[in-house]
Design a protein around this ligand. Structure first.
Ligand code: NAP
Length: 247
């Protein structure tokens, strides 16, 4: 028996990077995955790979900052599979702008994707999950939810805020069997670290994780008994600079 056999999972940001790896790992463990992101072609490529490997994937192009599109994503999932067991709020954008140069529009755009969309998707997920006796929500954090990088006020703020939201979701979710948790990755080879392949660099500090390393944590969180919550997992390259200790 596979670890997530017949569970239904929505993964946002499934067109690339961590979301893609998590969707593929869930499907390999028997889950029916709903792939959400804006780029339809990229989602269809992921879905084709999952189908080729014997899995089930549904493509639902979605901009997670648009309320109507989020509502439609959850309605289509319910129509297709009748339930929702897992939501992974993974879609995210970086920000690398000095605070004094950041426009309000840019700030708001980062908040919209990294924070407000997590609320919107969680709201729609809970509506389904509370009627079926529970489910799991995994929110993608970052080691930036612990230690900011330079010029990351927008990004860092959202990742700290998502931790507060995760705590509130799992506290309020107890009455419905809804369990929320977070993954805090360090440097991972995705669109966020453009051009850097997974694995060693010139120095130990340049090692970049594979998104598949992180996906294993998501599978573990969902495979635990419903009464058990692996609330937070920080996964990072062992030599990740400026995190565990100071230079
Ligand atoms: N890579 C790292 O080192 C690292 C470290 C810590 C945390 N993280 C977190 O991991 C998560 C995934 O990022 P990644 O590293 O995998 O980066 P990525 O390769 O750039 O992927 C980002 C994903 O988010 C989607 N997305 C962006 N805006 C969206 C929107 N408005 N609506 C729907 N989907 C949207 C993108 O799809 P479309 O363009 O198709 O919409 C894409 O699939 C983020 O939350 C990020 O903060 C990454």
């Amino acid at each position: 028996m596979k670890q997530l056999q017949d569970r239904v999972a929505i993964v946002t940001g499934a067109s690339n990077g961590l979301g893609r790896a998590i969707a593929e790992a869930f499907a390999a463990e028997g889950a029916k995955v709903v792939l959400a992101a804006r780029r339809k072609d990229a989602l269809e490529e992921v879905a084709a790979g999952i189908a080729k490997a014997g899995g089930t994937a549904l493509v639902v192009p979605t901009d997670v900052t648009k309320e109507a599109e989020v509502v439609a994503l959850f309605a289509k999932t319910k129509d297709a599979f009748g339930r929702l067991d897992i939501l992974v709020n993974n879609a995210g954008v970086p920000s690398s702008t000095p605070t004094e140069e950041m426009t309000l529009e840019f700030w708001q755009s980062v908040i919209d994707v990294n924070l407000t969309a997590v609320f919107l998707c969680s709201r729609e997920a809970i509506k389904i999950m509370k009627g079926q006796g529970g489910g799991r929500i995994i929110n993608m954090g970052s080691i930036s939810a612990r230690t900011p990088r330079p010029n990351s006020a927008g990004y860092t703020t959202t990742k700290f805020a998502v931790e507060g939201l995760t705590r509130a979701l799992t506290f309020d979710g107890r009455q419905y069997g809804v369990v929320a948790s977070m993954i805090h990755p360090g440097s991972t080879a995705t669109g966020f670290v453009q051009g850097r392949p997974a694995g060693p660099g010139k120095t130990p500090q340049e090692y970049v994780m594979s998104p598949h390393d992180v996906a294993r944590i998501a599978v573990l969180m969902c495979a635990l008994p419903p009464e058990v919550n692996l609330f937070e997992a920080t996964i990072l390259p062992n030599h990740q600079p400026s995190f565990i200790g100071r230079g």
